[in-house]
Design a protein. Structure first.
Length: 171
């Protein structure tokens, strides 16, 4: 069951006229897909990760409408119902919808990361946010040391932000 193309189209429709948000979820999706594949996730977990990466910020619009804020805690509240509706329309199996909604409800919470799909989603989102939010080296290194766990995620972070491989850094 490959649904990512349909979900990309649905999310572009959902965020029609908002290229910043469309580009954000597409970049997070690209990193999540690459990290998941390089970390050899099982097929269903990879699919869950990819769908979660595409829909992780689906709560922003309603957060801004209801709370006049796009803060992560509000996104985690209003995002899952929006995602559930969209994914049901695309005939995504219920077990996948459940996990995707759980990931959306937790993707701004870094204290108890459970599961490789969750870990990779957080890492992929950070790789994009670090650039979009123009984070400095200190903030990026802190995240790398405290949160990042995957070899692929760490490698991407070092190559993108510091121009060296993990092996070069360790020598």
């Amino acid at each position: 069951m490959k649904k990512t193309g349909e979900i990309i189209a649905a999310m572009i429709h959902y965020y029609e006229g908002d290229p910043k948000r469309i580009n954000h979820f597409l970049k997070v999706y690209g990193f999540a897909k690459a990290i998941g594949e390089r970390e050899s996730l099982p097929e269903e977990e990879q699919l869950i990760l990819e769908i979660a990466a595409l829909t992780h910020d689906i709560g922003i619009r309603n957060s801004e409408r209801q709370y006049h804020s796009s803060a992560g805690n509000y996104q985690q509240i209003v995002g899952p119902p929006e995602a559930r509706k969209l994914l049901k329309e695309k005939s995504v199996p219920e077990n996948i919808i459940e996990r995707v909604c759980w990931l959306i409800a937790h993707h701004h919470t870094y204290s108890e990361i459970k599961g490789m799909d969750y870990q990779i989603l957080v890492e992929a989102d950070f790789l994009v946010n670090a650039f979009e939010d123009m984070l400095g080296e200190k903030e990026i290194r802190h995240f790398e040391e405290k949160i990042m766990k995957t070899v692929a995620g760490k490698e991407f972070l070092d190559k993108i932000y510091f121009g060296r491989s993990v092996d070069e850094k360790n020598n």
